[in-house]
Ligand binder design. Structure first.
Ligand code: GEK
Length: 246
């Protein structure tokens, strides 16, 4: 069972830069739900969207899978012959727990797509032919200068009819928009029970690790990577999810 997230509740929290370690794994489902507006809706609908784009006999990737919530949604919704889900994360603690959760899903449901969980850095991954790639709040943790080459490799691996499903926290070029949506996001976290101290300490820990782009930057980079169509299908406050088609 997931514990409730009190990770940053004590003053002078020792985590200077945020890391996806065992302490984070223990509280992760609670943390992400209380921090990312729209997360449950996005995850469930990634499965629904994926089923529209999945092509037979291809791999479906969940990159930066954490505990496999997106992989589970893909497996709940995608019905196609010869497909498999490949879930990848570079945090050993995440991968270990993810494997346990996906085995539990296997014991509860029949006829799910097979799934493989891999501990790897997604910037170094060799992709198999794929029809759906989910980057659900992961690209923002990749070094900015490595983002384009990752997207190019994903684009090259995508078969016709497939799609990249990309969810990210957004930055806004207009400083008034940025200030308003940041304040509304703080209000969302407050409403979910986080204190001012927890909010401030987590913001400091994430500052150097998570670097959000603007919607325009995403659009331009995706087009540079060779995608031909970019569509926003969901936005809640400063969090959005896009479909990028080859
Ligand atoms: C979900 N998608 O629940 N290679 C592999 N994994 C990485 C890398 C990398 N280079 N960098 C970061 N990660 C999930 C949520 S969380 C988002 C994704 C968040 C992994 C990192 O270990 C973490 O598990 C995940 O990307 C980001 O639908 O916590 O806000």
């Amino acid at each position: 069972m997931s514990e409730s997230d009190r990770l940053f509740s004590q003053a002078n929290h020792p985590m200077r830069d945020f890391v996806f370690n065992e302490d984070v794994v223990k509280v992760f489902p609670d943390m992400i739900k209380r921090s990312v507006p729209g997360y449950p809706t996005i995850v469930e609908n990634l499965g629904v969207l994926a089923n529209q784009f999945t092509q037979p006999n291809t791999a479906l990737y969940d990159l930066g899978c954490s505990l496999g919530a997106t992989s589970q949604a893909l497996r709940r919704h995608v019905r196609q012959d010869g497909c498999r889900v490949i879930a990848v994360d570079n945090s050993p603690a995440m991968v270990e727990r993810c494997q346990q959760y996906l085995s539990q899903q296997d014991s509860l449901f029949q006829e799910l797509l097979p799934v493989q969980v891999i501990e790897a850095d997604i910037t170094q991954l060799a992709f198999s032919p794929t029809s759906v790639v989910a980057l659900n709040f992961t690209l923002q943790f990749i070094q900015p200068d490595q983002r384009l080459s990752l997207l190019k490799r994903i684009r090259q691996a995508l078969v016709p009819g497939g799609a990249l499903l990309l969810s990210e926290k957004l930055h806004f070029a207009d400083e008034n928009d940025q200030a308003l949506l940041t304040e509304l996001h703080v209000a969302f976290k407050r409403a979910n029970g986080y204190s001012e101290l927890e909010i401030a300490q987590k913001r400091n820990a994430l500052e150097r690790v998570m670097v959000p782009d603007t919607l325009e930057e995403h659009r331009e980079r995706l087009l540079s990577a060779g995608f031909s169509r970019v569509t926003v299908w969901f936005q809640c406050l400063n969090f959005a999810s896009l479909i990028a088609q080859p």
